[in-house]
Design a protein around this ligand. Structure first.
Ligand code: FES
Length: 181
């Protein structure tokens, strides 16, 4: 899946899901649509600029008003301008109703239980990004090693739990997938 296609294929729940470090490294440039103002300024300083500096990826952030029509136009035309979108929950649900966004099929990840039972979240701010990134990994490799999981998720930040529980949750999700549950 290319990053340009990701906008159509994945849900980006509130707030930002910056979960495509592997693809970003190959592309070297990503565009993020967000809500502007102080929120975007804080994203820029906290996430985008450090990520850009560390991985040598050019990040352009643009302002959008959470109007699902802006996503729909890109999907229908095939002219994707954004790689990652901050979207409110209602906008995401509207996108699903319009058929331009697909909800994550947790069944393909072994169910939500892998993250919930593993206590792989506290505040949950980082969870959408980890889920999206984990799904992308498990879609192409249902039996990743711990090292592969750590590399794949390296672009995602969690300020609460530490990463070991998240890594174990992805391993658990992989086991559930391979067990067919
Ligand atoms: S659970 Fe709070 S940032 Fe990850």
């Amino acid at each position: 899946m290319t990053m340009r296609n990701a906008i159509a294929a994945l849900i980006f729940a509130v707030p930002c899901a910056l979960g495509f470090s592997s693809a970003a490294s190959a592309q070297q440039a990503i565009t993020i649509a967000s809500w502007g103002g102080a929120y975007a300024k804080s994203q820029r300083e906290t996430y985008f600029e450090p990520f850009s500096e560390k991985y040598d990826v050019q990040i352009t952030d643009v302002v959008w008003d959470d109007d699902v029509n802006a996503i729909q136009r890109q999907v229908l035309s095939g002219e994707y301008q954004w790689d990652i979108v901050d979207a409110q929950q209602d906008t995401v649900l509207d996108g699903c109703d319009l058929g331009i966004l697909d909800p994550i099929d947790y069944g393909l990840m072994g169910g939500r239980e892998a993250f919930l039972e593993g206590a792989a979240l506290q505040c949950g701010i980082c969870t959408p990004g980890f889920l999206v990134a984990s799904k992308a990994l498990l879609d192409q490799n249902s039996n990743p090693s711990e090292e592969e999981i750590r590399w794949w998720l390296a672009g995602n930040l969690c300020r609460c739990t530490g990463y070991d529980k998240i890594i174990r949750a992805v391993q658990d999700a992989a086991e559930r997938i391979n067990a067919g549950s």
